[in-house]
Design a protein around this ligand. Structure first.
Ligand code: DC
Length: 222
């Protein structure tokens, strides 16, 4: 049987970079479920469909095909109707669209099997918001990775600046606060620590310390 690590937490807690490195060290596959919501958000943007519960969103879901695959480096590639959209889903606009569309129950239901099937066939660290609470509540280890909104905004701001994007720290912080609010207040699968999870706060930890902490929590619990 495959070993499943559920890793949840708010936007910008460093989940993806920390989990990628930890997965490599442990020889697990890293699955970023946020990319799936971002891809559906992108599909909705392209088709001018509002990110709220509606017949249009359901029709869109019937029409599109979202899939996850891995390239030769073992990195996740997300496909929208066969097109690699892994880069296009990373803009601040795509983040906000993903946050809104992820509150639509039909979208969450649409992605459930895809996520569960990944965990059946591989040892995974699966990163998301509801992995330990809804998608894989029987995961061997559940971790809730968090940090203060200011620490998370500062990290995201640095990342965007390094990519050459022209952004203001205040806007990034407001985005983080808005997305936290959206993610924790939606009716379906709101972001919250799962029963039995280990809470890891990285506000005072640097990247390497956070990776070490996650690896030690996993090793202690499998
Ligand atoms: O992890 P991320 O920032 O790429 O996620 C994008 C959005 O998708 C985020 O606002 C919350 C949502 N999301 C979700 O609702 N459930 C998940 N399992 C993963 C992401």
């Amino acid at each position: 049987m495959s070993v499943v690590i559920a890793l949840d937490g708010p936007a910008g807690a460093g989940k993806s970079s920390i989990a990628k490195k930890a997965a490599k060290a442990l020889d697990y596959i890293y699955v970023d479920t946020g990319a799936l919501y971002r891809t559906i958000g992108l599909a909705a943007s392209r088709e001018n469909v509002e990110p709220k519960p509606s017949k249009e969103v359901e029709e869109l879901l019937d029409k599109i095909n979202v899939d996850l695959t891995f390239n030769s480096l073992g990195e996740q590639v997300v496909l929208l109707d066969g097109e690699d959209v892994s880069g296009e889903i990373r803009t601040p606009e795509a983040s906000m669209m993903a946050s809104k569309i992820s509150a639509v129950p039909a979208v969450r239901a649409y992605l459930l099997d895809l996520q569960r099937n990944m965990a059946k066939t591989h040892n995974v660290i699966m990163d998301g918001r509801d992995i330990g609470t809804v998608v894989l509540p029987n995961a061997k280890v559940k971790i809730f990775l968090t940090a203060s909104p200011e620490a998370r905004a500062q990290r995201r701001y640095k990342e965007l600046c390094e990519k050459g994007m022209d952004v203001k720290y205040e806007d990034v912080l407001n985005d983080v606060i808005q997305r936290d609010y959206n993610d924790t207040h939606r009716d379906v699968a709101p972001l919250k620590p799962a029963d039995g999870c280990v809470i890891v706060d990285t506000t005072e930890l640097d990247f390497e310390q956070s990776v070490d902490k996650i690896i030690s929590v996993i090793k202690e619990n499998i």
